[in-house]
Design a protein around this ligand. Structure first.
Ligand SMILES: NC(=O)c1ccc[n+]([C@@H]2O[C@H](COP(=O)([O-])OP(=O)(O)OC[C@H]3O[C@@H](n4cnc5c(N)ncnc54)[C@H](O)[C@@H]3O)[C@@H](O)[C@H]2O)c1
Length: 369
C-alpha cells in the first residue's frame, strides 16, 4: 500500500524540444516515484498551463490536476513534493511546501537565485523538520561512484586538486561542485578567488550564467578546486571532472578527439604513465544518455534516495546541507569577481553578485540575436 502522497509543482511540456527554456524535468523525476509504487503515489500535479498538467496527469495516472499550486497544497494533504520549475521559483515554492506541512521537498537544482534565498529555504525546512533534497543526481552514476572508489582505494595517491572544464559556475556548475563535495568527503571550503567574462547574455532557465569563469578555491583539508568554464575549459582541463592526486589522475568524461571511442571514466594509476579506461557499462554522465539501457536512471535513483532517507530519518547525501556547501562556492566565485579579490568563507553576502553586476551596469552582456 502506498503511504506517501506525492505532488509535483511544474510539469513542463513533454512535447517541447528540451532546451535551456525547459527540460520538463518532472518527466525525469516521476518514474522514480512510479518505481516505488508500493510506497508512493503521485496524487496531484500543478502547472500554470492546465494542458501541461493534464498531459502529466494522463501520463502518470495522477488524479489531482491544478493550475494553482497553493490550492494543491491546501487540498491534497501531500507528504512529499517534487519542484520542477525554474530556479528563481525554488525558494518560495519550497517555503510554501514546508509551511503547508509536507514532510519532504525534492527540488530541481540549483538551489535558489540568491545566497540568502538558498539559506532561507534550507533554514525554513530545517526548522520545520522537512527533508529538503536537490536533484544532484550525478552522485548516483557509475562513472562518479567508481571514480570515488578508485580515489578512496589510493589508486592516485593523495587527492590534491579537483578540476572541471565545462558549463558555468551555476546551472551546470552546481553538478560539478556537488560532485567535488562528494569526492572530497564534504570538506568545507576556506576561500575562493575568481574572474569572470560576461559579454554575451546567457540565460539558462531564466537566470544569468557567466560566459567564462576562471576560479580556484581551497578546501579545509588542503585540496584545491579549480575550474575554467565555457568552451576553453574543454581544452585546459580536458574532462568533465578531473581528480588529480599525488601519484596519478582520474578523469570522469574525458573530452577526447572526435571519432575516438567514447569513454566515461579513465585513470592513470600510480606507477603508470598510461590512461586506462574503466568500464561503466551503459551508464553515462547524466543518467539519460541515448545509449543507456534505462533512461533517466540517475534521476530515479535520486528520488529513491530521497524517499528512503525520509522513511529512515537519515541525512540524504543530496540534502540541503551538502547543497549549501557547493552552492556557496558558486556565489563566492561571483562575489570574488565583484570584489576583485579573495573571498573568505563563510560567505557574508545575501544577493546574487552576477545579477547585481548586470543590474548595476558593471557587466553589460549583449542580448543574443
Ligand atoms: N537535474 C538536471 O540534470 C537538470 C537538467 C535540466 C534542467 N534542470 C533544472 O530544472 C529546472 C527547470 O525545470 P524544467 O526544465 O523542468 O522547466 P520547464 O520549463 O520544462 O517546466 C517548468 C514548468 O513550471 C511551470 N510553472 C512555472 N511557474 C509555475 C507556478 N507558479 N505554478 C505551477 N507551475 C509553474 C511552467 O508552466 C512549466 O511548465 C531548472 O532549475 C534547471 O536547472 C535540471
Amino acid at each position: 500500500m502506498a503511504d506517501l502522497r506525492v505532488g509535483f509543482i511544474g510539469t513542463g511540456d513533454p512535447r517541447a524540444k528540451r532546451s535551456v527554456m525547459g527540460y520538463a524535468m518532472a518527466y525525469r523525476q516521476a518514474p522514480g516515484y512510479v518505481d516505488l509504487a508500493d510506497k508512493c503515489k503521485i496524487v496531484a500535479c500543478a502547472d500554470l498551463v492546465r494542458e501541461r498538467a493534464e498531459i502529466f496527469s494522463e501520463t502518470f495516472d495522477v488524479p489531482g490536476v491544478y493550475t494553482d499550486y497553493h490550492e494543491m497544497l491546501e487540498k491534497e494533504n501531500l507528504d512529499m513534493v517534487s519542484i520542477c520549475t525554474w530556479m528563481h521559483l525554488h525558494e518560495q515554492m519550497t517555503v510554501d511546501c514546508a509551511e503547508a506541512g509536507v514532510r519532504a521537498v525534492h527540488c530541481e537544482k540549483p538551489m535558489a537565485t540568491t545566497w540568502a534565498g538558498c539559506k532561507r529555504m534550507a533554514k525554513v525546512c530545517a526548522d520545520k523538520g522537512v527533508q529538503l533534497t536537490f536533484n544532484h543526481m550525478r552522485r548516483f552514476g557509475k562513472p562518479f561512484r567508481e571514480a570515488k572508489a578508485l580515489l578512496d582505494a589510493g589508486e592516485i595517491g593523495q587527492l590534491r586538486t579537483l578540476q572541471y572544464g565545462e558549463a558555468n559556475l551555476y546551472d551546470g556548475g552546481t553538478h560539478h561542485l556537488d560532485m567535488f563535495g562528494f569526492f572530497n568527503d564534504q570538506t568545507p571550503v576556506e576561500w575562493a578567488m575568481a574572474q569572470i567574462d560576461y559579454r554575451t547574455e546567457s540565460l539558462v532557465f531564466g537566470s544569468h550564467n557567466e560566459n567564462v569563469a576562471y576560479a580556484v578555491w581551497k578546501y579545509q583539508n588542503g585540496v584545491y578546486g579549480q575550474c575554467l568554464t565555457g568552451r576553453a575549459g574543454r581544452e585546459l582541463i580536458g574532462a568533465y571532472d578531473k581528480l588529480v592526486g599525488t601519484e596519478g589522475a582520474i578523469e570522469v568524461g574525458p573530452f577526447l578527439p572526435k571519432g575516438e571511442e567514447r569513454v566515461m571514466l579513465r585513470i592513470m594509476r600510480k606507477g603508470s604513465t598510461k590512461w586506462e579506461n574503466v568500464d561503466c557499462g551503459p551508464e553515462g554522465l547524466h543518467g539519460h544518455n541515448d545509449d543507456a539501457k534505462e533512461p533517466v536512471l540517475y534521476h530515479r535513483r535520486a528520488v529513491a534516495c530521497a524517499v528512503q532517507c525520509l522513511e529512515e530519518g537519515t541525512e540524504p547525501e543530496i540534502g540541503a546541507k551538502n547543497a549549501l556547501q557547493s552552492t556557496e562556492i558558486t556565489f563566492a566565485c561571483w562575489e570574488s569577481a565583484r570584489r576583485r579579490g579573495i573571498v573568505e568563507f563563510p560567505l557574508d553576502i545575501e544577493d546574487n553578485p552576477l545579477d547585481a553586476m548586470v543590474a548595476s551596469g558593471d557587466l553589460k552582456p549583449a542580448k543574443r540575436e
